[in-house]
Design a protein around this ligand. Structure first.
Ligand code: SMG
Ligand code: MG
Length: 369
């Protein structure tokens, strides 16, 4: 196939409520959409880089710059030899920028699969037609507010609750949620790197609450620190930010730093690398689950397809659209008995709704070969 034009479109979609993590509060989902036009059809992807380099070193203006300055010239120069599988090899010379690379690979893959009439789910190796939905619950101002939020999500049918934690908002919120909602509920926490190696004894206080896992307690570069922490706490450690490739995943597993892995395709350079991480984990009996970056329906559709692979053994942050958006860019993903349906149409299986897309668009830039 041949890449003809690429549209870089910034959108700003309001969130239904502010989302607070250990690195800040978001009130809107401002994000880059990549729309490719090829000789076999069009494709879409959502770049998960945020507005600021807080979750990782990437941010959307940086992604736009590296795509425009380096990645598109390389992909245009492939001429008729472009394939989705060839995007990562063509961009491998460039260090990092995995979220930017992932967005190009995914948009090209969407176009390729639409052209072939194949769904992303079946291309990736999905074995389920629906996936269990968890929900990520932000840091709140009070325990009462948290209780109302968690109760609401459980009423909606979410099958797993993840609480965002940070020093000062950890043991007591977890205790309250466990005591209020009972021992059966699947419960886990995510620290987004907010703790240090000296916090082992503190985090061991979470052991009594029978959590599924504690996600990324320490700095993303401190894999050895996580291995040390794993000897101090009984709660399984799950890495998110640290796992940027399948080879790092293997290292972290072999070091004893992680016994469960959160796969976010954007963080690791794309869905193809996401599948490789799925596979190396499956070979080592390490369960994985699908993370989220507050995606609109465009990114959510692709995540839900990935989450349908066999070693996704825990509910993901694959919530319904309504978790974040009153109005999504695509037909909304909805909860059905706590599950979200895997799209079956060609490519990512969803299309942006033109009027909604226009309404939330901040800017567009089209780059041609
Ligand atoms: O998409 O539901 C979602 C977001 C889930 O908590 C979530 N994501 O570290 O796992 C994580 C965070 C990263 C984004 S925080 C702005
Ligand atoms: Mg996380």
């Amino acid at each position: 196939m041949r890449l003809e034009h690429v549209e870089l479109r910034m959108v700003n979609v309001p969130l239904v409520s502010p989302f607070r993590t250990s690195f800040g509060t978001d009130t809107r989902h401002e994000v880059l959409l990549v729309h490719v036009i090829t000789d076999v059809g069009e494709g879409w992807a959502e770049c998960v880089a945020m507005d600021r380099p807080a979750y990782s070193s990437e941010y959307f203006n940086g992604a736009i710059d590296v795509i425009r300055s380096f990645f598109l010239p390389d992909l245009f120069s492939l001429g008729n030899d472009l394939t989705a599988e060839g995007v990562a090899p063509a961009l491998k010379w460039a260090k990092g920028h995995r979220m930017a690379k992932a967005s190009l690979e995914t948009a090209v893959l969407d176009a390729q699969l639409r052209g072939a009439g194949v769904s992303l789910a079946s291309y990736l190796g999905a074995v389920k037609d629906r996936v269990p939905a968890g929900v990520s619950v932000g840091i709140m101002d009070s325990l009462a507010e948290l209780e109302t939020a968690v109760g609401g999500y459980l009423d909606e049918g979410y099958l797993r609750i993840k609480l965002k934690i940070e020093p000062g908002w950890d043991i007591e919120p977890v205790r309250m949620v466990r005591e209020t909602f009972g021992p059966e509920m699947l419960l886990q926490v995510d620290a987004n790197t907010a703790y240090t190696r000296t916090d082992g004894a503190h985090l061991a206080q979470l052991d009594e609450f029978d959590l599924l896992l504690i996600e990324q307690p320490l700095d993303e570069e401190d894999i050895v620190g996580h291995a040390i922490l794993a000897t101090q706490v009984h709660t399984p450690i799950c890495l998110d930010e640290s796992i940027v490739s399948s080879s790092i995943a293997v290292d972290a597993i072999e070091l004893g730093a992680t016994t469960i892995i959160n796969i976010k395709p954007g963080r690791v350079g794309g869905y193809l690398e996401g599948v490789r991480i799925h596979d190396v984990c499956a070979e080592r009996a390490i369960p994985v689950w699908c993370g989220g970056m507050l995606e609109t329906g465009i990114g959510r559709a692709a995540n839900v397809a990935l989450a349908a692979l066999p070693n996704f053994l825990l509910p993901g942050d694959t919530s319904a659209s309504s978790r974040y958006f009153a109005e999504d860019l695509t037909a909304p993903f909805v909860l059905e008995d706590g599950y979200v349906r895997v799209p079956t149409g060609p490519g990512i299986g969803v299309d942006p709704i033109p009027e909604v897309l226009e309404k939330f668009t901040l800017s567009t830039e089209t780059i041609s070969r």
